[in-house]
Design a protein around this ligand. Structure first.
Ligand code: GLY
Ligand code: MN
Ligand code: MN
Length: 426
């Protein structure tokens, strides 16, 4: 029988308490006060922008929407939550879920727009606070490192977020087939995966046709396109604070015949790179491997006529795919500490791959995305237009399809990796 989520969460918290105690003792601190964060109003307005709590607060509580609250962590003591839940007839005061962590914590309810009074001692404060001595870098770096390798509990939450996100992706695909506009697809996704837009871990990217080539496309057309060539959906979910980040791309009924083989090719590249995940592997090497495989795909499909090596060396594959292969995933979709080593030493991305968010050596427990892509982005291809080893006719026919990205979430294990993203049913 598998362990219940409650018992996994108890073990997650036991390990977190021990790890925090070690860090705090090493830094000579009696404790750390973690602020959940404060929603911001639009300028000169009384309306709040959407809010997500500070990652280190979620690491303990999983509560993404709990604002103005504080968590005091002291070695050898139960964590103490100062829960902002004042009497209020405008809003419903915050409540806590029925989860194992609540019984483990001391909870004090009250009004906490300002920090609670702490007992005497040496305390650090981290989070979205104005104090000049808040967020000491050594402490924040050490606590970030504690988020890099996930506990069994965290992996279970990410797997569940994936399962729910996939239900939304299935609905998005059905909506495409039914002729929906981008906005209909977004609403179908949200409805089926049971989420409000402000609870998403990131703004869903729902790009029809050329919009699929805008990497973080941020609008939802209200009208379905006349010709339905393609749809790219990059959409997630949050489960107990933990994120899913999944992308699928589909050919529409009006797609060029060259498009589906490229989707199949990018899907195969995702599979190849996912199979290469293992402890000790340098993620930068996988990024370079992605470009070799994209070069080979472009040659195989007749989009370019040079060798795959020449396509990589001349920068052509980077014009077709300017983003990184993936990133760490956790309570933030682009989780912390992807570009430092375990001691906090910076690991900047290679010059050729400035957008790569993960430059570490892989270790068991890391959860990463693998998201190869292939796009027709006119401003990036423009400098290559003079080349005669590119079939510009095919490129131009594909331009109104935008692009392809296929993205799964995988946990690195002792032997290799485990894919947390279920297969989308037909
Ligand atoms: N959804 C943002 C990303 O894939 O990194
Ligand atoms: Mn994504
Ligand atoms: Mn991603």
């Amino acid at each position: 029988m598998t362990d219940s989520l409650d018992s996994l969460q108890q073990r997650h918290l036991e390990a977190l308490e021990a790890a925090y105690a070690q860090v705090l003792e090493r830094l000579g601190l009696d404790g750390v006060l973690i602020h959940s964060g404060r929603p911001r109003c639009h300028f000169a307005d009384d309306q709040e922008a959407s809010f997500a709590a500070f990652g280190h607060f979620m690491h303990w509580t999983g509560q993404a929407q709990l604002a103005h609250s504080w968590l005091l962590v002291r070695p050898g003591r139960a964590p103490r939550l100062y829960l902002h839940a004042p009497d209020d007839f405008w809003h419903l005061p915050a409540t806590l879920p029925e989860e194992a962590w609540v019984a483990r914590f001391e909870v004090e309810r009250g009004r906490f727009e300002t920090p609670p009074t702490l007992p005497a001692g040496r305390f650090a404060v981290i989070g979205d606070v104005d104090a000049a001595d808040a967020n000491p870098p050594g402490l924040v770096a050490a606590l970030n490192e504690l988020r890099v390798c996930k506990s069994e509990y965290e992996m279970a939450c990410i797997a569940e977020a994936n399962r729910r996100a996939l239900q939304g992706h299935a609905a998005a695909r059905r909506c495409l087939l039914d002729g929906g506009a981008e906005l209909d697809i977004q609403l179908a996704y949200l409805g089926t995966s049971r989420q409000r837009e402000n609870e998403l871990p990131y703004a869903n990217i729902i790009g029809a046709n050329a919009h699929g080539g805008v990497l973080h496309y941020q609008h939802y057309d209200r009208q379905a396109p006349v010709r339905r060539r393609s749809l790219l959906v990059d959409a997630g979910h949050r489960q107990r604070g933990y994120c899913a980040d999944i992308t699928r791309t589909w050919a529409g009924p009006d797609a060029d015949p060259a498009f589906q083989p490229l989707i199949d090719g990018v899907t195969a590249i995702k599979e190849r790179l996912a199979a290469a995940l293992a402890p000790g592997v340098e993620f930068v090497v996988l990024q370079e491997r992605m470009h070799q495989l994209l070069g080979a795909l472009l040659v195989d499909q007749g989009v370019v006529r040079c060798t795959p090596e020449a396509a990589v060396e001349s920068g052509l594959t980077r014009a077709f795919c300017p983003h990184g292969l993936g990133h760490l995933l956790g309570v933030q979709v682009h989780d912390v500490a992807g570009r430092v080593d375990a001691t906090g030493r910076p690991l900047p991305p290679p010059q050729a791959h400035p957008a790569l968010r993960l430059t570490r050596t892989l270790a068991p427990g890391m959860v990463v995305t693998i998201e190869p892509g292939l796009y027709v982005i006119p401003m990036l291809l423009a400098p290559h237009r003079g080349r005669d080893d590119v079939d510009w006719g095919v490129v131009d026919r594909l331009a109104d399809h935008g692009g392809i990205r296929i993205e799964d979430n995988l946990a690195v294990t002792a032997e290799g990796a485990h894919n947390l993203t279920p297969v989308l049913p037909d």
